[in-house]
Design a protein around this ligand. Sequence first.
Ligand SMILES: Cc1cc2nc3c(=O)[nH]c(=O)nc-3n(C[C@H](O)[C@H](O)[C@H](O)COP(=O)(O)OP(=O)(O)OC[C@H]3O[C@@H](n4cnc5c(N)ncnc54)[C@H](O)[C@@H]3O)c2cc1C
Length: 360
Amino acid sequence: MGRPGSDTYDTIVIGAGPAGVMAALRASAAGHVLLADAAPLPRNKSCGGMLHELTQDFLREWGGVPESIVVEPRSVAFRYVDWDRDIRKVTDLSFVNVDRAGFDEWLLSLLPESVEVLGGAKLAGVTQDGEGVIARFGSGNDATEVRCSFLVGADGARSTVRRALGSGTAAAYVTLQDFVSLSGDLPPYFDCIYIRDVGAGFGYGYLVPKGDLAIVGSVFYPKTKRPSELQDRLLDTLRSRIPALGPSVRREACAALYVRSMADVVPGSGRVLLAGEVGGFMSPTSGEGISYALRSGSLAGAAIADAGSDALPAYAASIAPLAADIRRRLRWLPLMESRAGKYLAGSTPASIVSRVTRGL
Ligand SMILES: Cc1cc2nc3c(=O)[nH]c(=O)nc-3n(C[C@H](O)[C@H](O)[C@H](O)COP(=O)(O)OP(=O)(O)OC[C@H]3O[C@@H](n4cnc5c(N)ncnc54)[C@H](O)[C@@H]3O)c2cc1C
């Protein structure tokens, strides 16, 4: 297990995803920071690697998305696909297409040297007392306790920090992604695919070219049975009409936050702040999470650096616009999840699909 170099820090950040890196970066303006992740770093997060315009805007402060992590086709337009009716609606929402592992490694490189970055350090529990926060890493003989004034939980959809706070655990989608070989080019689209008969629990699929490969992904509702079989069915169905899709070279399983109501959005408790998916910050309608993670992580770290003991109320106030954005998107969710809603876009002019997609 990775061991922290000190037994006290001003801030400990748990999770080295976009929320955690931004929280560590901002909090480091006012103290000694430990950024710890259970995975070896740099990590490999299962992801489509599609950077939304909001993410591109956010990253301008650091010179924008670096060329070295962009893959072909460099830019892809979001396209809605009603597979059964063979309808495709191209929107004007475009994403930068990146290698996600490269993106996460680049984010880590933005951290100042003063931030201690520790991989292979799994948080086991968190407690708070009158003087601050105690983080417990590892278990048995390997367990170690570290103190801090503030802790940021940025440990993703299945957060240990949120569970320890007793703030209720948000549900999670199950996701599967196959990287498939290609025998020809795919058009430069990020296809969001609705198909009726993949099976119970299947939400939607997506297809995006990624350099020499393509990603075919599925999003399943919580508790879906045998998602792997459904993913095989999706692949067979897509291959029947897209002959360029070859065999899978790799399959990844992951979890993604399933935001259902504003009760899922929780800024934290006491001296523990929650950022990224842990705090409920993700688009409930599109599954886009990187821009929410970057923005909420940055605000959490800034609140710690600027507001001291009032960090939590300062953070809760600063995330109000993000929370309002999630509230607005949640209103669309019942329609989007209904059978009729999933197919509505197929009968709607492309300009309107474009406008609605931007809002979602
Ligand atoms: C299959 C899939 C495809 C996606 N595609 C896109 C996309 O194309 N574009 C987009 O914008 N969003 C996408 N998302 C969402 C996006 O990846 C996430 O919303 C974003 O990474 C969340 O960032 P985060 O920092 O909150 O958490 P994460 O990136 O999930 O990072 C959490 C970190 O916490 C660590 N951790 C967990 N538990 C512990 C513990 N106990 N102790 C220490 N560390 C711990 C984990 O190892 C992990 O590194 C996708 C998600 C999935 C699952």
